[in-house]
Ligand binder design. Structure first.
Ligand SMILES: NC(=O)c1ccc[n+]([C@@H]2O[C@H](COP(=O)([O-])OP(=O)(O)OC[C@H]3O[C@@H](n4cnc5c(N)ncnc54)[C@H](O)[C@@H]3O)[C@@H](O)[C@H]2O)c1
Length: 284
């Protein structure tokens, strides 16, 4: 078992990734504190954890509130005696054109996705350091940390912020033996993005664009979270691991561009050069 005797806190535990991470961590031997605003979903995840033979502590917690996150960590220590791992996974998305975005739209996403991760990382770091306990923190970023998103600018900015915060927290907490990493998932159809992926053309486009084929599954993310929480990654910190089937690598998947690239392949093999130039045809 890769997480034997660990105690992990998972925020957003009622959602798709949170539920899959909780189930995977329980199968690998961890007890779990499960945090979310959705009480019904929390009970369902707790049931999955207990079915895997581990203990679950469901906690109502709003990650935007410092007092809630402090209470979550303190309740976890009171119940299990200590904790080793924080997975800052809670998040919200938005679909709002950039020119129409209100201050409230912007603030709501930044509060949950960036301030929420800051509070989880800082409070977990403080308590672990006080306990003299080495540990691991795993933040949820996104592939959108790397690219623009004109109908979700706050979301993309929040995830780029998580990527940056992960590096600063990793440096600050390394002297305490606490590692901090992030996961940048590509498209996985969950409630978070159902407004987009319920539209067949959007889903089909995303599937075509992914070199490894098809959308991801919450289990693909859970597997990497398990690696980053386990001793297998004990010399890894400050990294964002993109779990996206190669989505971010694939800039040239447009059919017209694919045909043009085919012409470039023909040019290269026939030794064609620019007009008026001589040479080998190797020109970068
Ligand atoms: N699904 C994807 O394609 C995808 C891609 C990249 C990144 N992500 C990120 O992964 C994480 C999980 O996404 P998901 O697809 O499982 O979404 P989800 O909607 O299924 O789960 C998100 C959970 O966060 C909870 N939550 C929201 N606000 C909260 C708050 N203030 N306090 C506590 N809990 C709160 C929700 O109740 C929900 O249970 C998010 O951070 C998301 O941005 C998802």
């Amino acid at each position: 078992m890769r997480l034997k005797d660990q105690v992990a806190i998972i925020t957003g535990a009622a959602g798709a990734f949170g539920g899959a991470i909780a189930q995977r961590f329980a199968q690998e031997g961890a007890d779990l504190a499960l945090a979310d605003l959705n009480e019904g979903g929390l009970q369902e995840t707790a049931r999955l954890v207990e079915a895997a033979g581990r203990r679950a502590l469901p906690c109502h917690c709003d990650v935007t509130q410092r007092a809630d996150v402090e209470a979550l960590v303190d309740q976890t220590i009171a119940r299990f005696g200590r904790f080793t791992t924080m997975v800052a996974n809670a998040g919200v998305a938005q679909t709002v054109p950039f020119l129409e975005m209100t201050d409230e739209d912007w603030q709501r996403v930044i509060d949950v996705n960036l301030t929420g991760v800051f509070l989880c990382d800082q409070i977990a770091g403080q308590r672990l350091a006080e306990q003299g306990q080495a540990g691991a923190i795993v933040n949820l970023a996104s592939q959108l940390a790397e690219i623009g998103w004109p109908i979700g600018a706050a979301y993309a900015a929040s995830k780029a912020g998580v990527k940056s915060l992960t590096k600063s927290a990793a440096l600050a907490l390394a002297p305490h033996g606490i590692r901090v990493n992030a996961i940048g998932p590509g498209p996985v159809h969950t409630l978070l993005n159902d407004d987009r992926y319920a539209i067949p053309e959007i889903k089909a486009h995303a599937e075509r664009h992914i070199p490894l084929g098809g959308l991801g599954r919450p289990q693909d993310v859970a597997q990497v979270a398990c690696f980053l929480a386990s001793a297998e990654s004990k010399w890894v910190t400050g990294e964002t691991v993109f779990v996206d089937g190669g989505f971010l690598l694939n800039a040239y998947d447009d059919p017209a561009m694919a045909a043009a690239l085919q012409r470039a392949v023909s040019n290269a093999s026939s030794g064609a050069t620019l007009p008026g130039r001589s040479g080998s045809g190797v020109d970068c």
